[in-house]
Unconditional design. Sequence first.
Length: 479
Amino acid sequence: MMRRILIFIATVTLIGCSEQSPEPTGTAITNVTVIDAVNGVRQNQSVVFDGDEITAIQAADAALNVAEVVDGSGKFLIPGLWDFHVHLTYDDRFKDSMSALFLSYGVTSVRDTGGLMRKVLPVVEKMRGEDAVAPRVFFAGPLLDGTFVVYDGDSRPEIGRRNATPEQAKATIAELKAKGVDFIKIYEMVSPAAFDAMVEAANEHNLPIDSHVPLSMRASTAGPQVDSIEHLRNIEMDCAANAPELHETRLELLKNEGGVSGFELRSTLHSLQRNSAIANYDEARCDQTIAALKATLMVPTLRLNSFDQAPPYARDDWEEALSRIPVAVREDWAETGTRMAPATNEPPSASSEFSVFLIDRMHAAGVPIGAGTDTPIFLSIPGYSLHSELEMLVKAGLTPLEALESATVRPAEFFSIQDRTGSIDVGKQADLLLLDANPIDDISNTKRIAAVVSKGNLLDREDLQALVASSLQPGTANQ
């Protein structure tokens, strides 16, 4: 009888212990320096995530109860990065490797700023699949152009859509909303009436608005009505001493009495006015324009606008980066780099220097800045180019921490999801980037990647290398 009692007591004790001490779950990155633009620098921390949620941030010497521990000694943890201007379907040669490349460079979220729905929707659905190893993705659908379409599938790839009237514009946005877009993208050839209709419809459907400044309008008029502007496009024309006259000339030429293509018409207007506007820069007028844009996120894509100041083929790691992309693109871009290399030592163009100058002025005035690259356009390797953009933003006057803000906090603010992402805080999504060196000391250290956490999945160097290698094998990609 005594033996049975002892067995019973032992069994009850074990059951009680089991209830009090469940199997540990989650992962802790220990003894790491945590850096983000909201909280600054926090040293000697342990960051715990369980599934797709950060569950604890505590002193490194505090007790842990987790399933996995990653030693972060001597390393630096930042939020996963955004590329805030990408085109997932612009170049079909990247269709199998885009997601893997982004993740391998620490880009855990992307904003697709233009693609036909029939092409971009399948890609988005695959990236959002339950088991997909891919960045989070937000998309706009096609570029919303005017009577004349720049990207019409003839002279340029087809990613634009015609909106000749306000009624057509409103119907287009209602259709896109029904199909699940996260925001809209207004392009350069829209009329003021169509622009107003797009803004009204987007607000009705609670869709953020991304835009180029339409050529029919001035930046100080269009900019305050949208949430972000790409490439600084057409802002220089509103910084010229003769800005009103330039606008009147554009309105006359936009009648397009010669019936040229949208691409040709836009190119003609840019050629006629952009450099002359820069040469006729007026500080007081530009200050007025910048003041009007103070609440509008600028996504300058400096790696593109100021390409000649830091061409990718002049970088020490360009050959290694090329080796990670599809063979057909690699050979094409290697040849392009070789052909363009002799111009590397030439002085930067006026438009290149003006873009950096303008971001410096805007940043000093408090205009928010976002980090985007236009990948894969013009030698822009997915993921790799985002780090080049961060370096250019620092060159333009941002501190390294502000550059990180441009690729973490600012994108979250655009979509009003800063309660879920953008910084390393308890309750936020588990998108993290573990670095071997301090990005505050040198922003290029964002490329010194030890591991990436995407949606709570930890990928170390070997995992990332394998992911990229697998993506180059047809039919095995995770995008």
